[in-house]
Each structure stands twice: as C-alpha cells, then as structure tokens.
Design a protein around this ligand. Structure first.
Ligand code: FES
Length: 102
C-alpha cells in the first residue's frame, strides 16, 4: 500500500465526489466534511460513481441507479450485487491522501 495525493481538500465540496485516475480509478467523496474513497467503477457495469448522485453517505450510480454506502462500500440496492472496495483516506494539510494498493 502507498499513500498517494488524490486532490486538494478544497476541490471536493460537501456532498460531491471526484474521480482519481489511478489504476483502478478511485472515487473520493466528501460526506459532511469527512473524506472517503471507494472504487470508482460500479460493480454492476462500468459507470463512474464519482458522476453519481450523492445523498448523505450514499451514492447512486448514474446508469442503473444501484446504491452503495460511501463509508463501507456495501451495496444497498440492485442491480448491483457486490460491494465496492474502500481505501483508507487521510487529510494532510490541504491534501487528501488515499492509501492505494501497490
Ligand atoms: S452500472 Fe451502476 S447500476 Fe449499472
């Protein structure tokens, strides 16, 4: 695992998300000022969850509307049946850091 700078803290407003072009891509979410990182690709198909609709600690996929828990990655509704990988996040000064697999 390695800590990578994902983006600046001020680049993601509360209730929004950003896609980080890592391999695999990661979505970083701001939930009430707390930052979380999950796999960006929906487990149902190939949609980017950073483009989804964030409601509290849930994100709804923009393609077929599966819902996931941003905090845990758990799948909350069909058509997705598998949860999302989550990644540790820390804030270092003005930077959001994500612990990515090597
Ligand atoms: S791609 Fe996300 S629900 Fe289908």
């Amino acid at each position: 695992m390695a800590w990578l700078r994902a983006c600046g803290r001020d680049e993601i407003d509360d209730g929004e998300a950003a896609r980080i072009e890592t391999d695999p891509p990661v979505a970083v979410f701001n939930v009430d000022g707390e930052f979380y990182a999950t796999a960006d690709t929906c487990t149902h198909d190939e949609s980017s969850l950073a483009d989804g609709y964030v409601d509290g600690d849930r994100v709804e996929c923009p393609w077929h509307f599966a819902k996931f828990c941003i905090r845990t990655g758990a799948v909350l509704s069909l058509p997705a049946t598998a949860g999302l990988t989550t990644y540790p996040v820390k804030v270092a000064g003005d930077d959001i850091m994500v612990d990515m697999p090597d």
